[in-house]
Design a binder for this molecule. Structure first.
Ligand code: DGY
Length: 319
């Protein structure tokens, strides 16, 4: 008998075709967002769940999952939506989909940098609403990206690809991570042992750290104060790593010129002030949203399930 898999969201056609071929796939063709109770109900006769970051596996939800559920094979690199301790306590395997979304997320990060620096949101709104009336030397003047210093907070897979792409703009790369990388990974980037030491070197700061209790509101008022005046902040990791009130205050005061954001706390109900600020370039959590990457994420999640159900260690086991 094929293992039964609860798939919580509509996945790319090619991924669903493989799911149907190899598993008793319980799909969600209407792409309905399931609550914790609905997940528990739908999981009652499945062997594993293939969720996205939109489903929250709190300790309470995990405790109520039927005993038959052996694995949560995420369609995401992030796993902050899963209480890992609770999963571990119940012996549920948790996997993610690293690597395959690094290029897409790095592309989006560069877009956020450029969009924030060159005021893409404002410009687009002017043209689209018919409010564009004139050209002058002072019109829509932004910040040049080329040759500036880019600080990368979290120099993992995505951070390293961002560095590589940013070198195409002759940017000088600085980074902080928990440990210094080997020279072939640094590719000339300058390591700073603490976030505080990194901050003064960032004309642009981009966040690529894992969301965890340790990184909660890592970018706070104290660290923003250490950035050069007029810096630009970009976040395509998770909203929880930013203190929204501190970032908004700095955008209002002019301490920061602009920000480019793809992720938010409590998304999609984001801090309402972001919508009012002209100097924030806003995207709706689309870092990995390319056809190629979304298929690759699905196949990677299936590779992990294949390993689990054939008694092998899944490549991307988190717990
Ligand atoms: C990820 O993979 O973590 C992306 O944020 C989409 O969930």
């Amino acid at each position: 008998m094929k293992p039964a898999i609860l798939v919580t969201r509509k996945l790319p056609d090619a991924v669903e075709a493989r799911l149907r071929r190899d598993y008793d796939a319980r799909l969600n063709p209407g792409d309905i967002l399931y609550s914790g109770d609905e997940i528990i109900e739908r999981a009652k006769d499945v062997d594993a769940i293939l969720p996205c970051h939109t489903e929250k596996f709190s300790a309470e939800v995990i405790a109520r999952l039927p005993g038959r559920v052996r694995a949560i094979a995420n369609f995401s690199v992030g796993y902050d939506h899963v209480d890992l301790q609770a999963a571990k306590a119940r012996g549920i395997i948790v996997t993610n989909t690293p690597e395959v979304l690094s290029d897409a997320t790095a592309e989006l990060t560069l877009m956020l940098m450029l969009g924030a620096a060159r005021r893409a949101g404002e410009g687009e709104r002017l043209v689209r609403t018919g409010a564009w009336k004139d050209w002058s030397p002072g019109f829509m003047v932004g910040t040049q990206v080329t040759g500036k210093r880019l600080g990368i907070l979290g120099f993992g897979r995505v951070g390293q690809v961002v560095a590589r792409r940013a070198r195409g703009f002759d940017m000088e790369i600085h980074y902080h991570d928990l440990r210094r990388m080997a020279p072939e990974r640094e590719e000339g980037a300058t390591y700073h042992p603490t976030p505080e030491e990194l901050m003064p070197h960032c004309d642009f700061l981009t966040l690529h750290c894992v969301s965890s209790p340790e990184t909660f509101r890592l970018l706070n008022a104290g660290r923003i104060a250490l950035l050069p005046d007029g810096a630009i902040v970009v976040n395509a990791s998770r909203g929880a790593v930013v203190d929204d009130d501190a970032l908004i205050a700095a955008l209002k005061s002019g301490k920061l010129t602009a920000a480019g954001l793809d992720v938010y706390q409590n998304e999609p109900d984001i801090h309402p002030e972001y919508r009012r600020l002209p100097n924030v370039f806003l995207m709706p959590h689309i870092g990995s949203a390319t056809k190629e990457t979304r298929e690759a994420m699905g196949f990677r999640a299936l590779d992990n399930l294949d390993a689990i159900f054939s008694g092998r260690e899944p490549r991307d086991r988190v717990v």
